[in-house]
Design a protein around this ligand. Structure first.
Ligand code: MG
Length: 451
Protein backbone atom coordinates (compact mmCIF):
# COMPACT_ATOMS: atom_id res chain seq x y z
CA UNK A 1 0.00 0.00 0.00
CA UNK A 2 1.78 3.10 -1.19
CA UNK A 3 0.48 6.61 -1.72
CA UNK A 4 1.50 8.33 -4.94
CA UNK A 5 1.76 12.08 -5.32
CA UNK A 6 -0.69 13.66 -7.77
CA UNK A 7 -0.35 17.06 -9.39
CA UNK A 8 -2.35 19.78 -7.62
CA UNK A 9 -2.56 23.45 -8.60
CA UNK A 10 -3.55 25.21 -5.40
CA UNK A 11 -3.05 22.74 -2.61
CA UNK A 12 0.47 21.90 -1.46
CA UNK A 13 1.46 19.04 0.81
CA UNK A 14 -0.51 20.47 3.72
CA UNK A 15 -3.36 22.50 2.29
CA UNK A 16 -3.37 25.92 0.65
CA UNK A 17 -0.89 28.55 1.86
CA UNK A 18 0.01 32.09 0.91
CA UNK A 19 0.58 35.64 2.11
CA UNK A 20 -2.63 37.04 3.59
CA UNK A 21 -4.11 39.78 1.45
CA UNK A 22 -2.07 38.68 -1.58
CA UNK A 23 -2.49 35.01 -2.51
CA UNK A 24 -4.55 34.18 0.56
CA UNK A 25 -7.65 36.34 0.27
CA UNK A 26 -11.15 36.08 1.74
CA UNK A 27 -12.37 35.56 -1.85
CA UNK A 28 -10.19 32.45 -2.24
CA UNK A 29 -11.18 31.09 1.17
CA UNK A 30 -14.86 31.75 0.37
CA UNK A 31 -14.46 29.63 -2.76
CA UNK A 32 -12.79 26.87 -0.71
CA UNK A 33 -15.74 26.99 1.72
CA UNK A 34 -18.28 26.76 -1.11
CA UNK A 35 -16.36 23.90 -2.77
CA UNK A 36 -15.98 21.92 0.46
CA UNK A 37 -19.65 22.53 1.28
CA UNK A 38 -20.60 21.15 -2.13
CA UNK A 39 -18.52 18.01 -1.58
CA UNK A 40 -19.25 17.21 2.08
CA UNK A 41 -22.76 17.66 3.40
CA UNK A 42 -23.73 17.79 7.06
CA UNK A 43 -22.04 19.57 9.95
CA UNK A 44 -18.57 20.95 9.31
CA UNK A 45 -16.18 21.98 12.12
CA UNK A 46 -13.95 24.98 11.56
CA UNK A 47 -11.15 26.45 13.65
CA UNK A 48 -8.02 28.55 13.33
CA UNK A 49 -4.62 29.36 14.76
CA UNK A 50 -3.75 32.73 16.29
CA UNK A 51 -2.79 34.62 13.10
CA UNK A 52 -4.07 38.20 12.74
CA UNK A 53 -5.65 37.38 9.37
CA UNK A 54 -7.53 34.43 10.91
CA UNK A 55 -10.83 36.15 11.77
CA UNK A 56 -11.23 37.59 8.25
CA UNK A 57 -10.43 34.29 6.56
CA UNK A 58 -12.48 32.03 8.82
CA UNK A 59 -15.49 34.31 8.27
CA UNK A 60 -15.10 33.76 4.53
CA UNK A 61 -14.73 30.00 5.03
CA UNK A 62 -17.90 29.85 7.10
CA UNK A 63 -19.80 32.00 4.60
CA UNK A 64 -18.97 29.53 1.83
CA UNK A 65 -19.92 26.48 3.87
CA UNK A 66 -23.21 27.99 5.09
CA UNK A 67 -24.17 29.15 1.59
CA UNK A 68 -23.54 25.63 0.29
CA UNK A 69 -26.01 24.30 2.86
CA UNK A 70 -23.68 22.96 5.56
CA UNK A 71 -24.18 23.59 9.25
CA UNK A 72 -20.99 25.02 10.75
CA UNK A 73 -19.57 24.61 14.25
CA UNK A 74 -16.83 27.13 15.00
CA UNK A 75 -14.38 25.60 17.49
CA UNK A 76 -12.41 28.84 17.83
CA UNK A 77 -8.62 28.86 18.21
CA UNK A 78 -7.23 25.34 18.60
CA UNK A 79 -4.39 23.10 17.35
CA UNK A 80 -4.92 21.37 14.01
CA UNK A 81 -4.72 17.91 15.68
CA UNK A 82 -7.41 18.99 18.18
CA UNK A 83 -9.74 19.87 15.31
CA UNK A 84 -8.86 16.60 13.57
CA UNK A 85 -9.63 14.66 16.75
CA UNK A 86 -13.00 16.41 17.16
CA UNK A 87 -13.94 15.97 13.49
CA UNK A 88 -13.42 12.23 13.70
CA UNK A 89 -15.51 12.04 16.86
CA UNK A 90 -18.38 14.38 15.98
CA UNK A 91 -18.43 15.98 12.53
CA UNK A 92 -18.86 15.28 8.83
CA UNK A 93 -15.67 17.16 7.82
CA UNK A 94 -13.58 20.10 8.95
CA UNK A 95 -11.29 22.90 7.92
CA UNK A 96 -8.72 24.87 9.83
CA UNK A 97 -7.42 28.30 8.93
CA UNK A 98 -3.68 28.10 9.57
CA UNK A 99 -0.30 28.48 7.92
CA UNK A 100 1.33 26.08 10.38
CA UNK A 101 5.03 27.02 10.73
CA UNK A 102 5.08 29.77 8.07
CA UNK A 103 5.89 33.39 9.05
CA UNK A 104 3.16 35.66 10.51
CA UNK A 105 2.16 37.25 7.18
CA UNK A 106 1.08 33.85 5.81
CA UNK A 107 -2.16 32.02 6.27
CA UNK A 108 -3.89 29.05 4.69
CA UNK A 109 -6.51 26.33 4.91
CA UNK A 110 -6.13 22.66 5.75
CA UNK A 111 -9.17 20.54 4.90
CA UNK A 112 -10.01 17.60 7.15
CA UNK A 113 -11.91 14.47 6.13
CA UNK A 114 -14.57 12.79 8.32
CA UNK A 115 -11.94 10.31 9.61
CA UNK A 116 -9.80 13.20 10.90
CA UNK A 117 -7.09 12.93 8.25
CA UNK A 118 -6.07 15.77 5.99
CA UNK A 119 -7.74 15.66 2.60
CA UNK A 120 -5.70 13.53 0.17
CA UNK A 121 -4.57 14.44 -3.35
CA UNK A 122 -7.52 12.98 -5.28
CA UNK A 123 -10.20 14.78 -3.28
CA UNK A 124 -8.10 17.98 -3.18
CA UNK A 125 -8.08 17.93 -6.98
CA UNK A 126 -11.89 17.58 -7.02
CA UNK A 127 -12.07 20.54 -4.62
CA UNK A 128 -9.71 22.58 -6.81
CA UNK A 129 -11.87 21.73 -9.85
CA UNK A 130 -14.92 23.21 -8.12
CA UNK A 131 -12.93 26.38 -7.43
CA UNK A 132 -11.45 26.79 -10.92
CA UNK A 133 -14.58 25.78 -12.84
CA UNK A 134 -17.04 27.56 -10.53
CA UNK A 135 -19.09 24.38 -10.12
CA UNK A 136 -19.83 24.72 -6.39
CA UNK A 137 -23.58 24.67 -5.82
CA UNK A 138 -25.25 27.11 -3.47
CA UNK A 139 -28.56 26.27 -1.84
CA UNK A 140 -31.76 28.39 -1.73
CA UNK A 141 -32.74 30.52 1.27
CA UNK A 142 -34.64 27.80 3.11
CA UNK A 143 -31.72 25.35 3.02
CA UNK A 144 -28.73 27.52 4.02
CA UNK A 145 -26.78 26.20 6.99
CA UNK A 146 -26.80 27.35 10.59
CA UNK A 147 -23.79 28.42 12.60
CA UNK A 148 -22.93 27.42 16.17
CA UNK A 149 -19.88 28.21 18.26
CA UNK A 150 -18.28 25.61 20.51
CA UNK A 151 -14.94 26.92 21.87
CA UNK A 152 -15.26 24.55 24.86
CA UNK A 153 -14.97 21.40 22.74
CA UNK A 154 -11.14 21.58 22.70
CA UNK A 155 -11.45 20.36 26.32
CA UNK A 156 -12.30 16.90 24.97
CA UNK A 157 -8.98 16.77 23.10
CA UNK A 158 -6.98 18.03 26.12
CA UNK A 159 -8.62 15.40 28.33
CA UNK A 160 -7.91 12.56 25.90
CA UNK A 161 -4.25 13.45 25.39
CA UNK A 162 -3.58 14.13 29.08
CA UNK A 163 -5.25 10.79 29.88
CA UNK A 164 -3.31 8.73 27.33
CA UNK A 165 -0.74 7.65 29.93
CA UNK A 166 -1.09 6.59 33.59
CA UNK A 167 -2.59 9.20 35.87
CA UNK A 168 0.00 11.35 37.59
CA UNK A 169 2.83 10.02 35.39
CA UNK A 170 4.36 13.50 35.30
CA UNK A 171 4.06 14.11 39.05
CA UNK A 172 6.73 16.52 40.20
CA UNK A 173 8.38 16.78 36.76
CA UNK A 174 9.25 20.35 35.83
CA UNK A 175 8.70 21.11 32.12
CA UNK A 176 9.37 24.34 30.24
CA UNK A 177 6.85 24.98 27.44
CA UNK A 178 7.02 27.40 24.51
CA UNK A 179 3.78 27.30 22.51
CA UNK A 180 5.17 30.19 20.43
CA UNK A 181 2.05 32.37 20.88
CA UNK A 182 0.27 29.88 18.59
CA UNK A 183 -2.67 27.53 19.00
CA UNK A 184 -0.80 25.33 21.51
CA UNK A 185 -1.03 28.15 24.07
CA UNK A 186 -4.50 26.75 24.81
CA UNK A 187 -3.47 23.16 25.07
CA UNK A 188 0.19 22.17 25.61
CA UNK A 189 0.78 23.68 29.10
CA UNK A 190 -2.67 22.43 30.16
CA UNK A 191 -2.00 18.86 28.96
CA UNK A 192 1.32 18.76 30.81
CA UNK A 193 -0.22 20.22 33.97
CA UNK A 194 -2.97 17.60 33.97
CA UNK A 195 -0.35 14.86 33.63
CA UNK A 196 1.04 16.06 36.96
CA UNK A 197 3.92 18.18 35.61
CA UNK A 198 4.81 21.58 36.94
CA UNK A 199 4.96 23.88 33.94
CA UNK A 200 6.88 27.09 33.37
CA UNK A 201 6.26 28.74 30.04
CA UNK A 202 7.19 31.51 27.64
CA UNK A 203 5.26 32.74 24.60
CA UNK A 204 2.16 31.21 26.12
CA UNK A 205 -0.11 34.15 25.35
CA UNK A 206 -2.05 33.96 22.10
CA UNK A 207 -0.68 36.62 19.78
CA UNK A 208 -0.85 36.51 15.98
CA UNK A 209 2.00 38.99 15.66
CA UNK A 210 4.27 36.29 17.16
CA UNK A 211 6.32 38.75 19.23
CA UNK A 212 8.52 36.13 20.91
CA UNK A 213 9.61 33.99 17.98
CA UNK A 214 8.50 32.86 14.53
CA UNK A 215 5.93 30.03 14.29
CA UNK A 216 8.69 27.66 13.05
CA UNK A 217 10.29 26.20 16.20
CA UNK A 218 13.92 26.60 15.10
CA UNK A 219 17.00 26.21 17.32
CA UNK A 220 17.62 29.98 17.04
CA UNK A 221 14.03 30.89 17.94
CA UNK A 222 14.11 28.52 20.90
CA UNK A 223 17.21 30.03 22.53
CA UNK A 224 15.05 31.73 25.22
CA UNK A 225 13.33 28.38 25.92
CA UNK A 226 16.75 26.74 26.28
CA UNK A 227 17.71 29.47 28.77
CA UNK A 228 14.47 28.90 30.66
CA UNK A 229 15.18 25.14 30.85
CA UNK A 230 18.64 25.77 32.27
CA UNK A 231 17.56 28.54 34.65
CA UNK A 232 14.71 26.50 36.15
CA UNK A 233 16.32 23.06 36.09
CA UNK A 234 13.47 21.69 33.94
CA UNK A 235 13.65 18.04 32.81
CA UNK A 236 13.02 19.20 29.24
CA UNK A 237 11.63 22.01 27.15
CA UNK A 238 8.94 21.57 24.52
CA UNK A 239 7.92 23.91 21.71
CA UNK A 240 5.27 23.78 19.00
CA UNK A 241 4.84 25.21 15.54
CA UNK A 242 1.95 27.64 14.89
CA UNK A 243 -0.79 25.00 14.68
CA UNK A 244 0.78 22.50 17.10
CA UNK A 245 0.81 19.43 14.91
CA UNK A 246 4.55 19.36 15.55
CA UNK A 247 6.52 19.43 18.80
CA UNK A 248 10.28 19.75 19.25
CA UNK A 249 12.39 19.43 22.38
CA UNK A 250 15.23 20.99 24.37
CA UNK A 251 17.15 18.63 26.66
CA UNK A 252 17.88 19.46 30.31
CA UNK A 253 21.27 20.86 29.28
CA UNK A 254 19.58 23.41 27.01
CA UNK A 255 20.44 21.66 23.72
CA UNK A 256 17.97 21.54 20.81
CA UNK A 257 17.25 17.91 19.88
CA UNK A 258 17.50 17.43 16.13
CA UNK A 259 14.08 16.22 14.95
CA UNK A 260 15.23 12.91 13.45
CA UNK A 261 16.83 12.04 16.79
CA UNK A 262 13.63 13.02 18.59
CA UNK A 263 11.74 10.72 16.19
CA UNK A 264 14.25 7.93 16.87
CA UNK A 265 13.98 8.30 20.63
CA UNK A 266 10.18 8.23 20.62
CA UNK A 267 10.12 5.40 18.04
CA UNK A 268 12.30 3.39 20.44
CA UNK A 269 9.76 3.97 23.23
CA UNK A 270 6.74 3.09 21.04
CA UNK A 271 8.27 0.06 19.29
CA UNK A 272 9.36 -1.36 22.64
CA UNK A 273 5.67 -1.66 23.54
CA UNK A 274 4.19 -2.49 20.19
CA UNK A 275 5.56 -4.32 17.17
CA UNK A 276 4.53 -3.17 13.74
CA UNK A 277 5.46 -1.07 10.79
CA UNK A 278 6.95 2.42 11.18
CA UNK A 279 5.90 4.69 8.31
CA UNK A 280 7.98 7.70 7.29
CA UNK A 281 8.96 9.69 4.18
CA UNK A 282 12.10 8.87 2.17
CA UNK A 283 13.71 12.05 3.55
CA UNK A 284 13.94 10.68 7.10
CA UNK A 285 17.19 9.60 8.75
CA UNK A 286 18.16 5.92 8.61
CA UNK A 287 18.29 6.14 12.38
CA UNK A 288 14.59 5.19 12.34
CA UNK A 289 15.38 1.93 10.50
CA UNK A 290 18.10 1.08 13.00
CA UNK A 291 15.75 1.68 15.93
CA UNK A 292 12.82 -0.16 14.32
CA UNK A 293 14.97 -3.22 13.53
CA UNK A 294 16.16 -3.36 17.14
CA UNK A 295 12.57 -4.13 18.13
CA UNK A 296 11.68 -6.40 15.22
CA UNK A 297 9.80 -3.64 13.42
CA UNK A 298 10.27 -2.57 9.80
CA UNK A 299 10.09 0.77 8.03
CA UNK A 300 7.81 1.60 5.09
CA UNK A 301 8.79 4.70 3.11
CA UNK A 302 6.41 7.21 1.52
CA UNK A 303 6.69 10.38 -0.56
CA UNK A 304 7.50 13.50 1.45
CA UNK A 305 4.40 14.96 3.15
CA UNK A 306 2.45 13.95 6.24
CA UNK A 307 -0.69 13.07 4.27
CA UNK A 308 1.25 10.31 2.50
CA UNK A 309 2.48 8.98 5.83
CA UNK A 310 -1.04 9.08 7.34
CA UNK A 311 -2.74 7.55 4.28
CA UNK A 312 -0.13 4.80 3.99
CA UNK A 313 -0.67 3.99 7.68
CA UNK A 314 -4.43 3.75 7.04
CA UNK A 315 -3.88 1.58 3.95
CA UNK A 316 -1.56 -0.81 5.79
CA UNK A 317 -3.99 -1.11 8.73
CA UNK A 318 -6.84 -1.87 6.33
CA UNK A 319 -4.73 -4.65 4.79
CA UNK A 320 -4.34 -6.10 8.28
CA UNK A 321 -0.73 -5.00 8.83
CA UNK A 322 0.09 -3.85 12.37
CA UNK A 323 1.21 -0.22 12.27
CA UNK A 324 3.17 0.91 15.32
CA UNK A 325 4.18 4.45 14.56
CA UNK A 326 4.66 7.09 11.90
CA UNK A 327 6.15 10.49 11.42
CA UNK A 328 8.49 12.87 9.72
CA UNK A 329 11.95 14.11 10.63
CA UNK A 330 10.57 17.56 11.48
CA UNK A 331 8.88 16.86 14.81
CA UNK A 332 5.57 15.79 13.23
CA UNK A 333 4.78 12.41 14.78
CA UNK A 334 1.72 10.17 14.35
CA UNK A 335 0.53 7.91 17.16
CA UNK A 336 -1.90 5.52 15.45
CA UNK A 337 -3.57 4.33 18.64
CA UNK A 338 -4.55 7.96 19.31
CA UNK A 339 -5.28 9.30 15.82
CA UNK A 340 -3.87 9.13 12.29
CA UNK A 341 -2.41 12.60 12.05
CA UNK A 342 0.57 14.46 13.43
CA UNK A 343 -0.06 15.57 16.99
CA UNK A 344 2.22 17.96 18.88
CA UNK A 345 0.23 17.59 22.12
CA UNK A 346 0.52 13.80 22.09
CA UNK A 347 4.22 14.12 21.22
CA UNK A 348 4.80 16.22 24.36
CA UNK A 349 2.72 13.84 26.48
CA UNK A 350 4.74 10.89 25.18
CA UNK A 351 8.01 12.58 26.16
CA UNK A 352 6.71 12.78 29.75
CA UNK A 353 5.85 9.05 29.69
CA UNK A 354 9.19 8.16 28.09
CA UNK A 355 11.20 10.02 30.74
CA UNK A 356 9.08 8.56 33.54
CA UNK A 357 10.31 5.12 32.46
CA UNK A 358 13.92 6.13 31.81
CA UNK A 359 16.61 6.08 34.46
CA UNK A 360 18.72 8.62 32.58
CA UNK A 361 18.22 12.28 31.73
CA UNK A 362 17.04 13.22 28.24
CA UNK A 363 20.51 14.40 27.15
CA UNK A 364 22.01 10.94 27.87
CA UNK A 365 19.20 9.18 26.01
CA UNK A 366 19.80 11.38 22.94
CA UNK A 367 23.58 10.95 23.11
CA UNK A 368 23.19 7.17 23.30
CA UNK A 369 21.42 7.06 19.91
CA UNK A 370 23.63 5.91 17.00
CA UNK A 371 25.25 8.87 15.21
CA UNK A 372 24.12 9.96 11.77
CA UNK A 373 25.44 12.87 9.75
CA UNK A 374 23.17 14.56 7.20
CA UNK A 375 23.96 17.10 4.48
CA UNK A 376 21.00 19.06 3.07
CA UNK A 377 21.07 21.42 0.12
CA UNK A 378 18.73 23.12 -2.36
CA UNK A 379 19.97 23.39 -5.94
CA UNK A 380 18.32 25.42 -8.72
CA UNK A 381 17.14 23.08 -11.49
CA UNK A 382 14.62 23.92 -14.20
CA UNK A 383 14.40 20.38 -15.58
CA UNK A 384 14.00 18.26 -12.47
CA UNK A 385 12.44 15.24 -14.32
CA UNK A 386 15.40 15.29 -16.77
CA UNK A 387 17.84 15.34 -13.87
CA UNK A 388 16.08 12.45 -12.13
CA UNK A 389 16.23 10.28 -15.28
CA UNK A 390 19.96 11.12 -15.73
CA UNK A 391 20.57 10.02 -12.15
CA UNK A 392 18.56 6.83 -12.69
CA UNK A 393 20.93 5.92 -15.53
CA UNK A 394 24.07 6.95 -13.69
CA UNK A 395 23.18 4.90 -10.61
CA UNK A 396 21.34 2.07 -12.42
CA UNK A 397 23.50 -0.60 -10.79
CA UNK A 398 22.66 0.47 -7.25
CA UNK A 399 19.70 -0.01 -4.94
CA UNK A 400 17.26 2.74 -5.93
CA UNK A 401 14.04 3.89 -4.29
CA UNK A 402 11.86 5.97 -6.64
CA UNK A 403 9.09 6.77 -4.14
CA UNK A 404 9.75 10.51 -4.37
CA UNK A 405 12.55 11.71 -6.66
CA UNK A 406 15.43 9.24 -6.44
CA UNK A 407 16.97 7.75 -3.31
CA UNK A 408 20.20 5.81 -3.72
CA UNK A 409 20.60 3.34 -0.86
CA UNK A 410 24.01 2.00 0.06
CA UNK A 411 25.18 -0.17 2.92
CA UNK A 412 26.58 2.73 4.94
CA UNK A 413 24.84 5.77 3.43
CA UNK A 414 22.01 7.08 1.26
CA UNK A 415 21.29 10.09 -0.93
CA UNK A 416 17.97 11.62 -1.98
CA UNK A 417 17.42 14.01 -4.89
CA UNK A 418 13.85 15.26 -4.96
CA UNK A 419 12.17 17.94 -7.09
CA UNK A 420 10.46 20.72 -5.14
CA UNK A 421 6.69 20.79 -5.64
CA UNK A 422 6.54 24.57 -5.77
CA UNK A 423 9.89 25.99 -6.96
CA UNK A 424 12.36 25.31 -9.82
CA UNK A 425 14.82 23.48 -7.59
CA UNK A 426 15.77 20.06 -6.29
CA UNK A 427 16.42 19.16 -2.68
CA UNK A 428 19.50 17.05 -2.08
CA UNK A 429 20.05 15.06 1.10
CA UNK A 430 22.97 12.76 1.87
CA UNK A 431 23.32 10.81 5.10
CA UNK A 432 25.78 8.42 6.63
CA UNK A 433 26.79 7.29 10.09
CA UNK A 434 30.18 8.80 9.28
CA UNK A 435 30.68 12.44 8.35
CA UNK A 436 33.56 11.56 6.01
CA UNK A 437 31.47 9.03 4.08
CA UNK A 438 28.53 11.43 3.84
CA UNK A 439 30.81 14.12 2.41
CA UNK A 440 32.42 11.66 0.00
CA UNK A 441 29.01 10.53 -1.32
CA UNK A 442 27.93 14.16 -1.64
CA UNK A 443 31.09 15.07 -3.60
CA UNK A 444 30.47 12.10 -5.88
CA UNK A 445 26.80 13.01 -6.46
CA UNK A 446 27.04 16.77 -7.06
CA UNK A 447 28.86 16.62 -10.47
CA UNK A 448 25.83 14.66 -11.81
CA UNK A 449 23.54 17.49 -10.68
CA UNK A 450 25.73 20.45 -11.62
CA UNK A 451 27.77 19.08 -14.56
MG1 MG B 1 2.07 22.57 11.57
Amino acid sequence: MEEKKLEKKLFGTNGVRGVAGKEMTPALVLSIGMALGSMRQGTIAVGRDTRTSGPALISALKAGLLAAGCDVVDLGILPTPALQYLVRAHFDAGAVVTASHNPPEYNGVKVVEPDGTEMGDEQSIVLEDHIFKGTSHLVPWDRVGREHTAPHMVEEYIKTVAGAYAQGIGNGVLVAADPGCGAAAWTSPEILTRMGCRVVSINSQMDGTFPGRLPEPSPEGLAPLADLVKATGARFGVANDGDADRAVFIDERGRFIEENRQFGLIADFICRQQRGVVVTPVSTSRLIEVIAHRHGCRVVYTPVGSIYVARTMIGLSQEGTAVAFGGEGNGGLIFPRHQLCRDGGMTAATMVALLAEASQPLSSLVDALPPFFMIKEKIRERDAPGLISRLKKAYAGESLDLTDGIRINREDSWALVRPSGTEPLVRVMVESASETRAKAFYDELIPHIKP
